[in-house]
Design a protein around this ligand. Structure first.
Ligand SMILES: [Zn+2]
Ligand SMILES: [Zn+2]
Length: 85
């Protein structure tokens, strides 16, 4: 596996090894375009949000966030390798 770029926070989903976590809004989960993608860092989760949520990250929307691992986000097409560079 080589050097692991991320120490924290990692998510261990049912399908994958521990990997950087991404908070995904429920609209993207429901099929909305992922307009805003922020890569995970050593200290914070990444974010994958639809347009309205990225412009108005209100508490009501934050409650709807789901945590997924980067592999799952890649598999769904929300995350691309260019987002991680
Ligand atoms: Zn949204
Ligand atoms: Zn996963």
């Amino acid at each position: 596996m080589g050097d692991w770029k991320y120490g924290y926070p990692n998510v261990e989903c049912a399908a994958h090894m521990p990997a950087p976590g991404y908070a995904v809004c429920k609209h993207v989960l429901d099929g909305a375009t992922a307009d805003f993608v922020e890569a995970a860092s050593l200290t914070s989760l990444g974010q994958i949000l639809c347009g309205p949520c990225s412009r108005d990250p209100s508490p009501g929307n934050v409650e709807e966030l789901l945590l997924v691992c980067s592999h799952c986000a890649m598999a769904k097409g929300w995350l691309t390798s260019k987002d991680l560079s």
